[in-house]
Write a protein that binds this ligand. Structure first.
Ligand code: PLP
Length: 244
């Protein structure tokens, strides 16, 4: 059983702390707080707990599994929020993800883009997209290599239902949070390279980067959206450390 009353105090407190961290870092690094959005990473979090965060003023949540988006839909669909999909998207989930998500942050395959576009065309809908970039050069990580970003985004052009809004990365996870910095720098550089191409329809791109432990570094390196889970909802139970 979840103790909602106790959880409520904790979450409202944790949200304040996270917003204060964002504000302080923006001040320190000369960033406009309006350019840094907070997305709640809500994997494994009970929808009633998410509701508490939303009632405290949050507008943006991200889930890693389509099944969880579906299971939480009854509660989440009634809230005035944007739901982002931030996990690895399997082709057999494409049909469902577009029912529940307003934005997919993990696009890294053209065949997936093609199938998304085909289904969205049929529904006369469009969806926001972030292209996931592998900035840590690890084989097992999802995302396209940074040097492929320009060609990948050009290849997305025919898919008119996919509105490319930004780039997302996870980066290198290490107990030394500074290890993350080169990954964040690389995402920004990749974004600048793409924008320098002057691709039609791509006038700006948001950067989705930074998590609980590296909010400040991400703000310093130019993030527009930090994805924060454990700093708000507490540590996840082992086996649920889904990073991809
Ligand atoms: C879980 C998760 C986060 C949040 O990580 P925390 O360290 O709990 O803040 C961010 N992005 C993705 C893709 C995640 O899976």
């Amino acid at each position: 059983m979840t103790n909602f009353a106790g959880a409520m105090d904790d979450i409202v407190h944790n949200l304040k702390v996270v917003h204060q961290r964002i504000e302080n870092a923006c001040k320190k690094f000369g960033r406009n707080p309006a350019d840094v959005r907070l997305l709640l990473a809500t994997k494994t979090v009970d929808p009633e707990i998410i509701r508490i965060a939303v009632e405290a003023g949050e507008k943006l949540i991200g889930e890693n599994k389509v099944q969880e988006l579906k299971d939480k839909d009854e509660v989440l669909s009634k809230l005035n929020i944007e739901r982002h999909f931030i996990g690895h998207l399997q082709t057999n989930k494409i049909k469902e993800v577009i029912k529940y998500a307003d934005c997919i942050q993990s696009l890294d395959r053209i065949d997936v883009a093609e199938q998304l576009d085909r289904r969205l065309q049929n529904l006369a809908k469009s969806i926001d997209i972030f292209v996931q970039i592998n900035t840590s050069n690890e084989e097992r990580k999802f995302g396209i290599p940074p040097e492929r970003a320009i060609s990948f985004i050009k290849e997305l052009k025919p898919f008119e239902t996919l509105k490319v809004r930004g780039l997302m990365t996870i980066g290198l996870l290490d107990s030394d949070f500074e290890v993350m910095r080169p990954c964040l720098k690389l995402l920004k550089k990749t974004r600048d390279n793409v924008l320098n191409q002057g691709i039609e329809g791509i006038d700006s791109l948001m950067l989705s980067m930074g998590m609980s432990h590296d909010i400040e570094i991400a703000i310093e390196e130019g993030t527009n959206m930090v994805r924060v889970g454990s700093a708000i909802f507490g540590n996840r139970i082992p086996g649920n450390q889904v990073w991809h």
